[in-house]
Design a protein around this ligand. Sequence first.
Ligand SMILES: C[S@@+](CC[C@H](N)C(=O)[O-])C[C@H]1O[C@@H](n2cnc3c(N)ncnc32)[C@H](O)[C@@H]1O
Length: 261
Amino acid sequence: MAMLKRVLNLAETRTRWFLQSRELRHVADMTQFEDYVARTQPKEFLRYRAMSSSKRTEFRAVVDAMGVGLKGLRFLDVGPAYGDALDICHEEGAEIVSFVEIDPVFFAYNSLKPYANGVRLNHLLGFNALRPQTYDLIWVKGSIKADSFELLDRAAHFMARWLRGLETLAAPSCQILICPYWDSSGGERAVDNVHGSPFSTAMRSCGYSALAPIRHHNDDVAYPITFHKEMSRPAAAWATAHPGRGLAAGNAQPSPEAGCS
Ligand SMILES: C[S@@+](CC[C@H](N)C(=O)[O-])C[C@H]1O[C@@H](n2cnc3c(N)ncnc32)[C@H](O)[C@@H]1O
């Protein structure tokens, strides 16, 4: 029954995306886009627009906690939704503001921002459409589901391959921050011990460390944990160089790229 529901949801989403992207192809500027929004009331877009201020606070909290300077930075957002992180990076002088997005409404909206360049793709199929070794900061919040990744990983060693694809986009010393969504309902997360989960184990084996929770950004039960990797530096060296910006307790030393080789 649950499987049938999933298939029906997927079919509904794909049909909606098909119809939306057909219409949005003709939208050439923000005025036309706002006409489209007023006429069709796209639910998810309006939900994220309403959350814009708190989403800005979340991203800002991470940037401050990590001490990342955005000026001159080359930034990639994997799944920006309304694009608050893109906007902040632009406002603070980032050199490149890029995104990949599967949803046609979010894609169209962010593409109309004169400073943003995006690719409409399903990142689960890879990142070949983007220029390798380009980004200094790669931000992934909510566009991967830890629970689904675990299933894919069990079936097809998916995570190491996906991470390798993502990491091809990283410039030397790029920082990658990944905050997956965890299934939850009614304020209860399906997985209680996220640190001990197969997902977190696989992330650690690929050289990622879990950061200590960051206020605002990790407040929601669905976003309890953020993984971090600085491409040129092993996690232990990063933690020593940034003593104020803690790693979460329970970060075992990553075994050398075990799941990733
Ligand atoms: C839960 S929202 C999170 C949005 C934003 N990053 C945030 O922090 O609130 C997930 C976003 O990722 C996009 N997304 C989800 N799966 C994707 C995929 N496979 N490929 C590309 N984008 C995806 C969604 O359309 C949506 O914009």
